[in-house]
Design a protein around this ligand. Structure first.
Ligand code: PLP
Length: 405
């Protein structure tokens, strides 16, 4: 298999857009990726041909919708190499997946227990644990970030102890692009008997994930970061943990029996899927993963590396620009500040040239504080980006520098 960038771009209708006379250069992929036509078609086809509620219908449309919905669950399962399909819970995204775990964890914590998160976490993977600690009297500890933007492993080692009940960290930092040593970090947490959650919002966006190899208890991901729709994602959790975990939302589908005074819970995964699920988007997320998985993954990785290498090289030569996050293991993200202007001005002036980047704190305020910046400008790459687009970013940044000077 080869990697035909022109053929890939052709499948993304939005990439044909023109912004103020400039061809769109979309470099905000860590926020959300664009969708190939087959994903859009999967959504339209579902609503056009078999829209129906799942699991409980006694008619053809319900059967078809249920089959497609459950097939999509299998696609997620295979993509992350989960051992069992029952362990894959549909959620609205990574945020909800983390909240499901935090909700259960909260009731299992006591005063004096410790949770470890990190200084580089997205707010979704930090504020949630803050709240769980506040409610239970547990203590939140956070792994510091080094100047290069890596998690300080020595500090992590020193934090782990018999009171550590739970450890959460990102697979890949959305603000820096750092790829964390998740397998080694999980093994250390497991050695003290802690549960481990990996925030995979950015990790899953760049290729296959192997939750069995990582050894974690939970892995959270979002469809919209992997070329799928917004409002859909998944929580994977080990059956041995999830089947004993306190339930999340209550309502239809998640119950087994109900009397006027009490209820018993359904089996996994339905135990955590109260109410009518987001069937169409789950099917389209499955299609996105199917589409992405069919690409030559080695070629995908090589292309993404080439994009980041080129961007880093040009950034290093660019006067007045400082890269924030220079970890040895990095993927997909170039975060930077410039002497001449605030990130918001950089973003505004790039947009006028058709280039979409993200500016601000990237939902990681403690991380920005760590680097002493109010925010950064962030160019983040996906498989449809080209080296020419990276070059164009730096041509545009030169104009920005002149305008701001
Ligand atoms: N964690 C990380 C590392 C992220 O990058 C994001 C989104 O940017 C999230 C969590 C939250 O994902 P979502 O908004 O899809 O729930």
């Amino acid at each position: 298999m080869s990697f035909d960038i022109a053929a890939i771009r052709e499948q993304f209708p939005i990439l044909k857009r023109v912004i103020d006379g400039n061809p769109l250069i979309y470099l905000d992929n860590a926020a959300t990726t664009q969708k190939p036509q087959c994903v859009i078609d999967a959504l339209v086809d579902y609503y056009t041909t078999c829209n129906s509620n799942v699991h409980r219908g006694a008619h053809r449309l319900a059967d078809e919708a249920t089959r497609r919905f459950e097939d999509a669950r299998d696609i997620v399962k295979d993509f992350i190499n989960a051992p069992k399909r029952e362990e894959v819970i549909w959620t609205t995204g990574t945020t909800e997946a983390i909240n499901i775990v935090a909700n259960g964890l909260g009731s299992l914590l006591s005063a004096g227990d410790e949770i470890i998160a990190t200084e580089m976490d997205h707010h979704a993977n930090l504020v949630t644990w803050q709240q769980a600690c506040k409610a239970s009297g547990a203590v939140l500890r956070t792994i510091p970030v080094t100047d290069a933007g890596e998690l300080d492993q020595a500090a992590y080692d020193a934090m782990l102890n018999e009171r550590t009940k739970f450890v959460a960290f990102p697979h890949v930092s959305n603000a820096l692009g750092t790829v964390n040593p998740v397998k080694a970090m999980t093994a250390k947490a497991k050695a003290v008997g802690a549960w481990v959650l990996v925030d995979g919002a950015q990790g899953a966006a760049h290729g296959y994930v192997d939750v069995q190899d990582i050894g974690c208890d939970f892995y959270a991901l979002s469809g919209h970061k992997i070329y799928g729709p917004m409002g859909i994602g998944a929580l994977w959790g080990k059956e041995s943990v999830l089947s004993t975990w306190p339930v999340w939302r209550t309502g239809g589908e998640m119950i087994s029996t109900v009397t006027l005074q009490d209820a018993t819970w359904n089996v996994l995964p339905y135990r955590f899927e109260a109410g009518t699920p987001n069937v169409g988007d789950a099917i389209a997320m499955g299609e996105a993963i199917r589409w992405f998985s069919a690409l030559d993954q080695e070629a995908v990785a090589a292309h993404e590396k080439a994009l980041l290498d080129r961007a880093t090289e040009l950034a290093e030569q660019f006067e007045g620009l400082t890269i924030i996050g220079t970890a040895k293991e990095k993927i997909g993200v170039l975060s930077f500040v410039m002497d001449q202007g605030h990130p918001a001005d950089i973003g505004f002036l790039l947009d006028r040239q058709g280039i979409a980047v993200r500016t601000g704190d990237h939902c990681a305020q403690p991380l920005m504080a760590r680097f002493g910046v109010p925010g950064t400008a962030r160019a983040s790459f996906a498989i449809y980006n080209t080296l020419e687009e990276v070059d164009a970013l730096f041509v545009a940044l030169k104009k920005v520098r002149t305008m701001l000077a």
